[in-house]
Design a protein around this ligand. Sequence first.
Ligand code: TTP
Length: 208
Amino acid sequence: MAQINDTNRRFILASGSPRRLELMSNLGFEPEVRVSSIPEQRQPEESPTDYTRRLALAKAEDVRDSLEDEDALPDWILAADTIVIFDGEVLEKPADADDAFQMLRNMSGRDHVVETSFCWLQRSTGRSSVCTVQADVEFRELTDEMIHRYLDSGEPFDKAGSYGIQLLGSAFVRSVDGSYFAVVGLPVCEVVEELQKLGGLEGFPFRT
Ligand SMILES: Cc1cn([C@H]2C[C@H](O)[C@@H](COP(=O)(O)OP(=O)(O)OP(=O)(O)O)O2)c(=O)[nH]c1=O
């Protein structure tokens, strides 16, 4: 049987997203949070998937580079990036309330894709692996009044596509085809699976 070793629970989470921290903590991991500061700017001609994959790797590398000699920190770094793809356009976090209103009004009664790319990066070897997971999401029709009330809740402003499927935004979602957790910001099944493939995780699921 694999050794249960507490060091397996520890990794560096290169993300300021409270959702990502909660999802990994729910599994018994003990993430050390370090937030990256790279600009999120899509290049002309860059496909949405190339964009999320580039950002996931760049966030992990940025945090790795900021650590320097902190040897006591865990070896593995996890970073991720989530976008909404609607009508061929990439929707990220809204700039302001008008931007959020427009996104939600456009998505009303229609389908969109949510895509999350994540990156595992090993500090000691420099090895990295990037994976992409998607889901198709269908919204019910939203009235302008519903959207205004939703904006008043404050929920949309730190979320790609201006909604949170895990909170009040759940009332807008008629169906999800694909990974629910990719929509929330981290496809935990694939994240754990990939770390196991990389040989960076023994003794999982953890005993409490
Ligand atoms: C669509 C959707 C997105 N989101 C969130 C997940 C991400 O936190 C956020 C997308 O922005 P990201 O740029 O992927 O992440 P972030 O800025 O929150 O954190 P960091 O870059 O430091 O890792 O939107 C939800 O919480 N619920 C949802 O339903």
